[in-house]
Design a protein around this ligand. Structure first.
Ligand code: WTA
Length: 655
């Protein structure tokens, strides 16, 4: 599963970056603190999390039950407590930080706006009151399909305020993805915008939402539309209402609805190994605890920090480290609407300079893309305020890590490589910046209270650096997913069945080195990480076969210098296999088709046409073979079970 090149590179990596003494002196968690926390968690896992939860969050009703294992592996935490997530992000900050800037917003065209905690609270309350006026109550699902604007966060917090369950759909997804998610969640209301700005282009969100809703999604009663770009949209009478009209006349205060700890805070759809995305369900208290705690721990957050996580709120990173984590911790967060290279590749650094960013958190794919433009670009900007860098979403290659540390961190900032997943809620493995030495390419060690391990197929722990295995978490943790919305069977089968309900299976392969450091190599299933975005090969395949002329398709990933992974599709058309110019035209048409069906992020990089796909005699597509072909590798696998061996030459011939 792990390719030899990346394995060699980690086994040979000898560079170690201990925390600088000037950093450690002021760090929230110093080496001795870490040791104490690790020991405390080892001595009593449940008691440890109970103490942390009491001290970290504001509870309306304190809990007495820390961990309820009665329906394991559907674990429940802090069950008899009551809490409100928006209260923790807003009201809890008002007394000491009411006038502190909560959000610094910059749109792609360059508009900037600031919202204090007090202003943010008022906006959230107005929208919460508008939702209530529309008949929305605790437990109702609301889909948020927005650009990266403050209102996206306002919408999330307004849902949380009244106990409604939000499901944010990434604004880069198109019709089919949006429709499937709305229908699966059974959303009563959709919050969207007229459009958004991306790389100088207009993204017509409302038009896509209209298409998604047309003749479908019967649960949706109302659509609230933010005017953002000013582009023309159709408003459907009786269903659609402008945001400004919805909040007009609404009070700027709204009593939070305190919900039981386990009340779902949100659903977030993510890709798995089937065509149907999974609605990952997170619980209010546990999720909020993970978001706030790990923001404080992994990013060493201080009162005067300006925190910029570049993720879109459509992904989990945007939930945990744009919205809930930093706001619950009372930070100032930067949000930027547009593309990193618009209008030029200095945009990120210009934002850091102008807004005084002190903590910068992004994905390896962005680092690699910006690296390509050379170090002269960041050198033009004053990045002296930055004191910590973070990385997330995919393995970071040591070369990109070093470039980041040198050119952005000026060799004085810790680089925190955070490993986690939509399902884990927050970072589980990352160097505590004041306490753990970093190694480029490794997410280092689990946070205190997280029992991660690498195990073989039988569940035995592996400590030999040369041997890879499954990354698992052996004890439940408060911010873990609770279930898959509407499909607990799939929850059990995907994450627990592999090791008899004992270990949470992450779906990644990993190695541990001599120091016990974790090196996550990538996915072990049919999930791809394309530019840090999580995509299932099966989803892309079903988009292909929805095209009237496609008979069959198989999708695999291959390594890509910037995007991490590229998407390669092998397609069998109904009728004759296209060649030459016809093949080119068809490939173009199919790329656009997949883009319209799923979203631009799913457009395949390579499309190859074949008369057939390599299958076993029982009809199973041999994906390992296709992966080898896509990578241009020698075929070393046994092909004797292949039903149609000649097909391999045809596939390879087109490389
Ligand atoms: C990958 C993103 C290596 C991994 C927060 C995981 C990483 C998947 C890292 C989850 C990292 C995330 N090093 N790999 N620091 N962080 N991954 O759900 O394969 O979008 O399983 O969550 O991203 O992706 P998701």
């Amino acid at each position: 599963m792990t390719d030899q090149k990346s394995l060699d590179s980690i086994l040979q990596e000898r560079r170690v970056f201990p925390p600088g003494p000037e950093f450690t002196v002021r760090a929230r968690i110093k080496p001795a603190d870490r040791e104490r926390l690790v020991a405390e968690a080892r001595a009593g896992h449940e008691a440890f999390w109970g103490r942390i939860a009491r001290e970290t969050l504001g509870w309306h009703k304190p809990f007495t039950i820390t961990l309820d294992q009665a329906s394991a592996p559907n674990y429940r935490w802090f069950t008899d407590g009551e809490i409100n997530a928006s209260w923790n992000c807003l009201d809890a900050n008002l007394r000491e930080r009411g006038d502190k800037t909560a959000i610094i917003f910059e749109s792609e065209p360059g508009e900037t706006r600031r919202l204090s905690y007090r202003e943010l609270t008022a906006e959230v309350c107005r929208l919460a009151n508008a939702l209530k006026a529309s008949g929305i109550a605790a437990g109702d699902r609301i889909v948020i399909y927005m650009p990266m604007v403050p209102e996206a966060i306002i919408a999330m917090l307004a849902c949380a305020r009244i106990g409604a369950v939000h499901s944010v759909v990434f604004g880069g997804f198109s019709t089919r993805s949006l429709r499937d998610r709305i229908e699966d969640a059974g959303a009563r209301l959709v919050i969207t915008a007229d459009g958004g700005h991306r790389a100088g282009r207009l993204v017509e969100l409302k038009a896509t939402a209209d298409e998604a809703l047309a003749g479908a999604c019967p649960s949706v009663e109302k659509v609230i539309v933010l005017r953002h770009t000013g582009c023309a949209v159709d408003m459907k009478p009786g269903r659609d209402v402008w945001w400004s009209d919805a909040v007009a006349g609404q009070a700027a205060s709204c009593a939070p609805v305190f919900v039981p700890s386990e009340h779902p805070l949100f659903l977030l759809y993510t890709s798995g190994s089937t065509g149907r995305p999974k609605g990952i369900q997170h619980a209010t208290a546990g999720f909020l605890l993970g978001a706030k705690l790990t923001t404080l721990w992994a990013f060493d957050l201080r009162e005067d920090d300006v925190f910029w996580c570049t993720a879109d709120i459509g992904w989990v990173t945007g939930h945990t480290y744009v919205a809930y984590g930093p706001l619950a911790a009372g930070a100032t967060v930067v949000i930027y609407e547009g593309a990193p290279v618009h209008p030029d590749p200095g945009r990120f650094w210009s934002i850091c300079e102008r807004h005084g960013v002190t903590i910068f958190y992004t994905a390896p794919t962005a680092i690699r893309a910006l690296m390509k433009y050379g170090e002269a670009i960041p050198a033009k900007y004053d990045l002296s305020k930055i004191r910590l860098l973070g990385s997330v979403g995919e393995p970071i290659n040591p070369e990109a890590w070093i470039w980041y540390q040198r050119n952005i961190g000026k060799e004085r900032c810790p680089v925190v490589d955070t490993w986690w997943q939509t399902e884990t809620g927050a970072t589980l493995i990352a160097p505590l910046p004041g306490a753990v030495a970093a190694k480029p390419g490794s997410c280092t060690l689990p946070l205190p209270g997280i029992d991660a391990a690498v195990v073989d197929d039988d569940g035995n722990e592996i400590n030999d650096p040369n041997r890879g295995g499954h990354l698992v978490i052996r004890k439940p943790w408060p911010f873990m997913l609770r279930t898959i919305w509407g499909d607990n069977e799939r929850y059990l089968a995907t994450y627990w069945a592999r090791f008899g309900n004992r270990y949470y299976l992450a779906g990644d392969t990993a190695h541990r080195d001599r120091d016990g450091y974790f090196w996550v190599m990538g996915r072990a299933d049919d999930v791809l990480k394309v530019s840090g975005h999580r995509l299932g090969t099966a989803e892309v395949e079903s988009a292909f076969v929805a095209h009237p002329r496609v008979a069959e398709a198989a999708v695999v990933g291959r390594p890509h210098d910037i995007k991490g992974e590229a998407i390669c599709a092998y397609v069998v058309m109904k009728g004759e296999r296209p060649t030459g110019a016809a093949a080119e035209a068809m490939a173009h048409e199919l790329r656009e088709w997949v883009g319209r069906e799923i979203g631009a992020i799913a457009k395949p990089d390579d499309i190859r046409f074949a008369d057939n796909l390599p299958k076993t005699r029982s009809g199973k597509i041999m994906r390992r073979l296709l992966r080898a072909v896509a990578r241009g590798e020698e075929i070393t696998q046994d092909v004797s079970t292949l039903e149609n061996p000649a097909i391999l030459d045809q596939l390879r011939g087109q490389a």
